[in-house]
Design a protein around this ligand. Structure first.
Ligand SMILES: [Zn+2]
Length: 155
């Protein structure tokens, strides 16, 4: 868990429900199994639960990019699924991610977006700029992102 994650989610938890949307093409490529992915996520979700942070659902795309599925980011299938199941207001929801496809997915679904420079963010920043993708906020870390979101959310 990167530093600041717990603090950031605590800042947001009274106003937002949390979801994880993740591309795990390593499954489709045969590098690891879907079961491995589930085990990893379960551990992370349990760790967060210890801090009173609930992840409502983890959405995994296990497909190889060549499969052209609907669930791989920047596809919006999982955001639409979550909207339906949890009655979300996507316009007032935020996608936070460290890859351009996170921002693209969010924009495709009408969400607000934050691009993180932590994780893979710094590495992919040029790609983001190259594609002309403009997130609502580019943040040096998730804690700053959380503060921005709170400041820019309706009461
Ligand atoms: Zn998929």
């Amino acid at each position: 868990m990167l530093p600041g994650v717990i603090g950031a989610l605590k800042l947001l938890k009274n106003n937002f429900k949390f979801f994880i949307v993740t591309n795990q093409s390593g499954v489709g490529r045969g590098y690891y199994t879907l079961d491995d992915v589930h085990k990893f996520n379960e551990k992370m979700v349990k760790e967060l639960e210890k801090h009173d942070i609930a992840i409502k659902r983890v959405y995994i795309c296990p497909h190889h990019p060549d499969e052209i599925c609907e669930c791989r980011k920047p596809g919006t299938k999982y955001l639409k699924d979550a909207k339906k199941e949890f009655n979300l207001d996507l316009k007032n929801s935020w996608v936070i991610g460290d890859h351009p496809h996170d921002v693209e997915m969010g924009k495709n679904a009408g969400c607000k977006t934050v691009y993180l420079l932590t994780g893979h963010g710094e590495k992919h920043k040029k790609e983001l700029d190259g594609k002309g993708i403009k997130p609502d906020f580019i943040s040096k870390n998730i804690y700053e992102a959380a503060k921005f979101i709170i400041k820019n959310s309706p009461e």
